[in-house]
Design a protein around this ligand. Structure first.
Ligand SMILES: Nc1nc2c(ncn2[C@@H]2O[C@H](COP(=O)(O)OP(=O)(O)OP(=O)(O)O)[C@@H](O)[C@H]2O)c(=O)[nH]1
Ligand SMILES: [Mg+2]
Length: 325
């Protein structure tokens, strides 16, 4: 379970050097897995070459369902890896968590509390934060880029309006939105509309819980916090980690993680080619032509692992079918 260990190391890593080492371990696991997939595509190519070269073979051609199953197997493998990419890239870069809400909702206070330092200016005056501030933070060991924004509202003040526009731009790229509203009040129509149209998963936070005489009416999907008492902050961190790193939480890290954009793109290219191969076969395209898609898939996979061997196919044919003995 090298992979699981590498992820655990990554989550525990406190120093940049530790993180780099853990990421390196993940990459090694990934090249092995991609090497496996490359091997599977080569075997598929070998089967197809056999069909092409020996169509009248007495022993019978390769059963079509054998080829079909091999195609599905490769596709599943590629899809599984590609499915890890969003978490993997966030592990490397940090998930973008954008704190949003009306002016004075307590956004900057929460930002500071999650960072554990007083980065953003906090005052009782609505409209204090005018520009977005970004800072790295760790929630349950997972890396985040936390953004404090200007309160969302229409303003007559030009500077503030620009800040609000910046907030909207950040929101568009968010991996998760931390929506803040004071505890103990109903949400405004505007706030409801915002929540209904949020561009990313939202954690709904009720702030300033210490100011309430009674408990905030219980609701499962809201996290009630106070930066004065620290209440709810641990729950919030866990909620953020779960929402921003979904497959890590669910899957238990059995697949290696794709942590680089370039790798994901190459895997997607390989998948597209394998699918094109399947399509070509289904449409009765001649075997040699269809097989060029498999070649392209192998090249895409080799792009990732840096392999350059191209002669394996014939070796495979001979080894597997003892042709020419
Ligand atoms: N008692 C109490 N006061 C809080 C809490 N969180 C924030 N406040 C107060 O609420 C006011 C607004 O807090 P900010 O963090 O500046 O709010 P904001 O959402 O960043 O406001 P803008 O930047 O103006 O949009 C300040 O006076 C804070 O001290 C809390 O948990 N408890
Ligand atoms: Mg603020």
């Amino acid at each position: 379970m090298l992979q699981a260990e590498a992820v655990a190391d990554l989550i525990d890593a406190t120093a940049p050097a530790q993180r780099r080492a853990a990421l390196g371990q993940l990459d090694r696991g990934l090249s092995q897995r991609i090497g496996d997939l490359r091997q599977q595509v080569l075997e598929l190519e070998a089967l197809v070459c056999y069909e092409i070269d020996f169509p009248e073979e007495d022993a019978g051609p390769v059963p079509p369902e054998h080829v079909a199953a091999a195609i599905v197997h490769v596709e599943r493998g590629l899809e599984g890896l590609i499915g890890t990419a969003s978490d993997g890239e966030r592990l490397r870069e940090g998930a973008l968590a954008v704190i949003a809400g009306r002016p004075n909702a307590g956004k900057s206070s929460l930002f500071n509390a999650l960072l554990g330092s007083e980065r953003a200016i906090v005052t009782h005056i609505p409209g204090t934060t005018r520009d977005a501030i970004e800072a790295p933070a760790t929630c349950d060991g997972l890396p985040f880029r936390l953004i404090d924004t200007a309160g969302l509202r229409d303003s007559d003040d030009t500077v503030e309006r620009i800040g609000v526009e910046v907030s909207r731009r950040y929101l568009a790229g968010a991996d998760v939105v931390v929506f803040c509203a004071e505890a103990g009040r109903d949400l405004t129509a505007e706030e409801r509309a915002f929540l209904a149209s949020a561009p990313a998963p939202v954690v709904s936070v009720r702030t300033k819980a210490d100011l309430l005489e009674t408990r905030h009416p219980a609701s499962d999907d809201e996290v009630v916090v106070s930066v004065e008492t620290g209440a709810g902050l641990a729950t919030l961190r866990t909620r953020l980690a779960d929402l921003a790193f979904t497959t890590l939480a669910v899957r238990g890290n059995v697949e290696p993680l794709v942590t680089r954009e370039r790798h994901r793109q190459a895997l997607e290219r390989a998948l597209t080619e394998v699918k094109a191969f399947r399509g070509a076969r289904d449409n009765g395209i001649e075997g040699a032509v269809a097989a060029t898609h498999l070649r392209a898939a192998v090249v895409a996979l080799e792009d990732v692992i840096g392999l350059v061997t191209t002669e394996d196919v014939l070796d495979r044919v001979f080894a597997k079918f003892c042709v020419g003995k």
